[in-house]
Design a protein around this ligand. Structure first.
Ligand code: NAD
Ligand code: DAU
Length: 369
């Protein structure tokens, strides 16, 4: 039986991980530590908390005293660190908050684990898994081979630089202090509970409300899309089978440009409206309700500064050594995701309010709505 601390467990991937872990490991102890920033939503894990499948603690990974108490009183042996500022566009506006959580916060968490696991037995049973990103490797030319675990770091945004710094610290705590850590560098996730600032939920919600779909630059940038359930399973495999000190790349092996992915999602929304006439009543401002294709809402807007052109992940190491491969087909995963947002309007209405509305208005002031 494991006793897990999941930091950032009220965010997109963290919440999916809690649902995944509670279903597959019901006798494990699950404690979530989350600061509930604008991106954290208790609603995403409320069902688990209500039925006693996890304990939620509101707090900051930069709070060493809180961490010390929590690790001790809960006898935590496994830490999975999802907590981060995660949106590239926000890191361009306010890099300092990214350094505070992603770099300094991670260091405080590492130090707390080192202090708590201070016996040979605790070190032998402990595991600190750090969730990182393929963005640490920078941008790939078209046709270039995918990132491997040996690709040199070349981060291009303050977000990516902060994640790269954290990865170096996790590695250093393993090499210097013997902290039993592992790292995963994963590509773009999509699926349920993703905050609407990210491309796919942003476009789905904008389609439903008849707003423009902002495509940065020419829209030919390429991301390697992975369903979040595959990411959760990869972390499970790493926790169970990886030696300490290892780094693992995780990707979905998809290579479609942004405009193609958004186009696919437009067609899925239109098909849902065609199959279910009541959707037009629920979303009267949508293009689909007016009988227009959702693709007509696509609008090219100013590009993101320093925008990485292409990511592609070589997942050969995790496939060969841990026998992990992503199994969710992109078309099926996108269709499921569209269905989830249509079925969970109260979730996205509650999270896409207040701070987010103001941020959105500032961010997309130049786009025609
Ligand atoms: P998210 O923004 O949806 O969630 C982040 C969570 O962390 C939120 O619940 C937030 O409240 C919490 N948090 C922020 N600062 C905190 C702090 N100081 N202390 C405690 N909690 C804090 O992010 P996400 O998309 O779920 O990403 C989770 C992790 O996975 C991040 O580390 C991110 O870098 C990494 N990652 C994300 C993707 C992706 O496609 N979304 C891909 C690869 C890696
Ligand atoms: O690669 C993994 C990373 O994926 C994670 O580490 C990050 O936390 C996560 O946010 C994500 O970063 P991206 O910048 O790739 O995701 P985002 O959804 O912001 O953008 C995806 C692509 O779509 C990117 O090329 C920028 C573009 N885009 C994004 C938005 C929000 C648009 O064209 N229009 C938009 O409105």
């Amino acid at each position: 039986m494991r006793r897990l601390l999941v930091t950032g467990g009220a965010g997109f991937i963290g919440a999916n991980f809690c649902h995944y872990w509670a279903a597959g490991h019901p006798s494990d102890r699950l404690v979530v530590l989350d600061a509930l920033t604008y991106a954290g939503n208790l609603a995403s894990i409320a069902q688990l908390e209500t039925r006693g499948a996890l304990r939620f603690v509101r707090g900051d990974i930069g709070d060493g005293a809180l961490l010390g108490t929590l690790l001790k009183e809960e006898r935590i042996d496994t830490i999975v660190n999802f907590a981060a500022e995660s949106h590239v566009d926000r890191s361009i506006e306010d890099p300092a908050s990214f350094l505070k959580t992603n770099v300094l916060g991670t260091q405080v968490l590492l130090e707390a684990a080192r202090a708590a696991w201070n016996t040979p037995a605790a070190l032998a049973s402990g595991r600190f898994h750090h969730v990182s990103t393929d963005e640490v490797y920078g941008s790939l030319e078209h046709g270039a081979a995918g990132f491997t675990e040996n690709t040199p770091f070349a981060p291009n945004s303050p977000y990516a630089a902060s994640k790269a710094s954290a990865d170096h610290l996790v590695r250093a705590y393993n090499r210097t202090y013997g902290l039993p850590s592992t790292i995963s560098n994963c590509s773009n996730n999509y699926g349920p509970y993703q905050f609407p600032e990210k491309l796919l939920p942003l476009c789905i919600l904008n389609m439903l409300e008849g707003r423009a779909l902002p495509i940065y630059g020419d829209g030919l940038q390429i991301r390697d899309w992975l369903h979040v359930s595959d990411h959760c399973r990869a972390i499970e495999v790493i926790l169970q089978d990886s030696p300490v000190g290892e780094t693992w790349n995780v990707g979905g092996s998809t290579q479609d440009p942004n405009i193609a992915i958004v186009g696919t999602v437009c067609d899925l929304v239109d098909a849902a409206f065609a199959a279910e006439p009541r959707l037009a009543t629920r979303f009267p401002h949508s293009a689909a309700a007016a009988g227009k294709p959702s693709r007509s809402l696509m609008q090219h807007v100013r590009d993101r500064p320093g925008h990485d052109r292409r990511y592609a992940v070589d997942s050969g190491k995790i496939r060969q050594r841990l026998k992990f491969s992503a199994t969710t087909d992109l078309a099926a995963g996108l269709a499921d995701t569209v269905r989830w947002y249509l079925a969970n309007e109260s979730w996205w209405r509650s999270v896409a309010s207040g701070e987010y509305r103001q941020w959105y208005a500032r961010q997309y002031a130049s786009a025609r709505d």
